[in-house]
Design a protein around this ligand. Structure first.
Ligand code: SF4
Length: 206
């Protein structure tokens, strides 16, 4: 079992790796050599280099939104996909306008695109908000396919639900990033629960 989350030494961040704890994955298995081989692939290498450039130059200066635009520009992307939740339609418009203003073409796809009844997926009435009438299903595979069909260079996910985002990532042909992770209770800031874990949200420990 890999223990990075509980590691106190973080020996991997030191050049000599001194103080590696028991349970450290370094030196075990094939994961590292396999990962290094993947970085030899041109696209992976380029993304890693652009991410490093963006991290260095925007460190503690750029918001995530700005960082996304800077990353995309430096990577040479010109067409962005924006896969968003219908609950964040207003925000999606602002984000799309921002990207356009930055010179990108934007392909935006709402989660309900396609207008397919949830029944189509055999989603039970008790798992719908409207148990008797029409309710459009979230269609993350459709959102990814829309982006793919429009040849987006880079896709940005805005507020897709847990699981729906998984399907989007699974089917997105272009590399993708998350602008905001949905958290309807905490203003789409999931870490607020973690920052309050020692106080108001102590139930996290139970
Ligand atoms: S030193 Fe090993 S266990 Fe600790 S954080 Fe790094 S990889 Fe994980």
């Amino acid at each position: 079992m890999t223990i990075c989350a509980w590691c106190k030494e973080v020996a991997c961040a030191k050049e000599d790796h001194s103080g590696k704890p028991a349970g450290c994955p370094m030196g075990q298995g094939e994961w590292l050599s396999e990962a290094l081989a993947e970085y030899e692939l041109t696209q992976n290498r380029a993304i890693a280099q652009v991410a490093a450039h963006t991290e260095k130059h925007g460190y503690c200066q750029w918001t995530r939104l700005q960082e996304t635009a800077e990353f995309a520009a430096y990577a040479g992307y010109s067409k962005l996909g924006l896969a968003f939740c219908s609950g964040l339609h207003r925000e999606a418009r602002i984000v799309a306008d921002f990207f356009r203003h930055k010179g990108f073409a934007v392909v935006s796809a709402i989660c309900s695109a396609g207008g397919i009844h949830k029944e189509t997926l055999d989603i039970k009435p008790e798992d719908r908000f409207n148990s008797t009438g029409f309710e459009a299903m979230c269609n993350p595979i459709g959102q990814a396919k829309l982006c793919n069909e429009n040849d987006t260079d880079f896709n940005v996910v805005l507020g897709l639900c847990v699981g729906h985002d998984s399907l989007f990532f699974k089917y997105s042909k272009a590399p993708a990033t998350v602008l905001a992770a949905k958290d309807r209770v905490l203003g789409h800031n999931p870490l607020a629960a973690v920052y309050c874990a020692h106080s108001y949200y102590a139930k996290l420990h139970k």
